[in-house]
Write a new protein. Sequence first.
Length: 262
Amino acid sequence: MKRFIVIIAALLISTSILAQEKKADDYNTVREFRSKVFEVHNRDAREIASSVKLLGSGFKGADLSVNNDMHTITVRDFPENVAAIEGAIERLDHAIAETPDIEMKISVLIGSKTPLAGAPSVPDDLAPVIKQLESTLRYAHYGLMTATVQRTKPGDGLSGSGVAEPTLLGMTVKEGQPVMYNYHLHRITTTSGERPSIDIAGFDFSMRIPISVGGAAQAVQYQNVGFETPVSIRQNEKVVIGTTTMGDKALIVVVTATVGPK
């Protein structure tokens, strides 16, 4: 008898739930959908649509579509859902603040105990660096091997490579055996202020130098020299990042960083 009563109670509960769901369905069926087209002015319409689609009712017949070429989002839903989506689009559709450019000037100098034949002279803007190097290193002569200027954005990095003139390094290299260098700056970020700081998560510099190992075939092996270090630079400050010794000469990497206007 008790089991029979429990079964009847369960049936009554199920009937009640179905009745409530049918009543809700009937209510929503009677209510009318509203359609509206929203123009997106500052962002990608697909990104906005992806963010607001969960604000829809999900009821049968409701819809949200995107025309990225026309920069529009079309919504068909109950009035309160359309209003919620409209408010969300207004909040999200704003211009993205432009990030400033970071300009990096990377200069590779050659330090030598003897005069450097054919080496380009060091630019005047690096004269203070040379004066500092002369007081701390044992090299009396300096020349410019290469200098590059590159731009990047906060959060990004940059890379570069090239072929060095071997005579500047006091080397005689056969054809097909170039002296190659490359560098990579990992994740560059900035801090705001009157004089911004530019932080580099890691600065890698390496050079591949051909070394003769003798033998009848005059075999050549490449030797890697270089360094890796994190760097922090103030706006327009010239910083000696690192040095690499090669016999009686040295390679000195100097970096200047500037945060450009937004």
